[in-house]
Design a protein around this ligand. Structure first.
Ligand code: PHE
Length: 357
């Protein structure tokens, strides 16, 4: 762990070990160039070991810095990863989340959080018992805006429209075959939006219960996880775990574009070039997945209506992705490199004149 921390390019890591459960809480504060505050979701899952969890926190926090800079949100980037044992019971889990809330409270607003993979609005309610007002996306019953899946999905849909416009000269998704990986809160919301747009939606998930739910609720065709990369489609949309696009996966893909919400989809930055070489247009995740944070913080901290939140998310992603595609074409960069260049320029300028929230 020591060498991992020394090599990291972020600013500060706060580590709390929860003795009773054996869980680790890693808070990675990657950058305060545009903040404070520092914003980032709270991810909770089990990891093979503590180092793997810390590494995930580091990578995810850097993605937050970039995505906030790209969208023009005047917050720094960070992430919290809670590495919890898989057999944690309900009472222990609640106690752990409350203990984490106390940490947020002690930081007095330096760090603002919301849900991420493995945490829900119900969990945000528990964290907020001790961590309010620094916790976003609590349930409506507790005074929060609720699930961040719908506004995240709105941003991804906007990204798909921009991508279709570039590829086919028409932004419409009607009749397009779209494969969504992940039937979680974002994936399900996205599938519904796509159905409404008249797209031909396919989906995949490793979880049997999530799979049955989508089959009965939406009646969509299921693609087994092992066939994910070999399925012919127009757009492949990763909305689950990151690190899925490596050299092998990219060689198998049978899509024209990749546009999804999962954080850090590429294993390596070079994978963006590999996608380009295969003529697959890649919408960088850090550009299209801002909608959870932007929509929910806009509603809760800036008083936006839901309608306004969806509109702002949509226009932000449309504008930013357009800039990224334009720069990539003009400068001969892959789209990931173009997004990074824009983010770095904003970060080099320091504090934003105007933040979108
Ligand atoms: N999970 C979101 C992301 O990765 C973070 C977030 C969601 C933060 C909702 C606040 C509110 O971007």
């Amino acid at each position: 762990m020591e060498s991992l921390i020394k090599q990291w390019d972020g600013e500060k890591v706060i580590i709390q070990y929860d003795q009773p459960s054996g869980a680790w809480i890693f808070m990675a504060i990657h950058s305060t160039r545009l903040g404070p505050p520092v914003s980032g979701g709270t991810r909770m899952r089990s990891y093979p070991n503590a180092q793997a969890a810390l590494q995930d926190a580091f990578k995810l926090s850097a993605a937050m810095t970039n995505k906030l800079a790209l969208a023009g949100v005047g917050h720094g980037g960070g992430k919290v990863v809670i590495a919890a044992p898989p057999d944690l019971d309900r009472a222990e889990r609640t106690r752990l989340l409350q203990s984490y809330g106390t940490l947020l409270q002690q930081l007095s607003g330096l760090f603002l959080t919301g849900p991420d993979m493995g945490t829900s609005p119900d969990d945000m309610d528990i964290i907020a018992e001790t961590g309010a007002p620094y916790v976003f996306s609590r349930t409506p019953a507790a005074g929060g805006a609720g699930d961040s899946g719908p506004t995240t999905a709105t941003g991804v849909l906007a990204g798909m429209r921009v991508t279709c416009e570039r590829l086919y000269g028409d932004a419409s998704l009607a009749g397009k075959r779209v494969l969504v990986q992940g039937a979680g809160s974002v994936g399900r919301a996205l599938m519904k939006l796509l159905q409404n747009e008249g797209a031909n939606v396919l989906f995949s998930d490793i979880d049997e219960i999530a799979m049955q739910r989508v089959r009965t609720e939406l009646g969509l065709e299921f693609i087994p996880p092992e066939s994910l990369f070999d399925t012919v489609c127009d757009i492949f949309s990763p909305c689950a775990i990151g690190g899925i696009l490596d050299e092998n996966a990219i060689a198998r893909l049978k899509c024209q574009a990749v546009v999804g919400a999962a954080n850090n989809q590429l294993v390596d930055p070079h994978d963006a070039m590999r996608l380009q070489e295969r003529d697959i247009l890649y919408a960088p995740d850090m550009v299209v997945n801002i909608g959870g944070l932007l929509g929910i913080t806009g509603i809760e901290a800036a008083g936006w209506s839901w309608e306004e939140a969806h509109e702002r998310v949509s226009s932000t992603v449309t504008r930013t992705l357009g800039q990224v595609y334009d720069l990539a074409a003009a400068a001969g960069l892959d789209t990931h490199a173009a997004a990074l260049r824009i983010a770095r320029e904003r970060l080099a300028q320091g504090k934003l004149e105007q933040s979108v929230i």
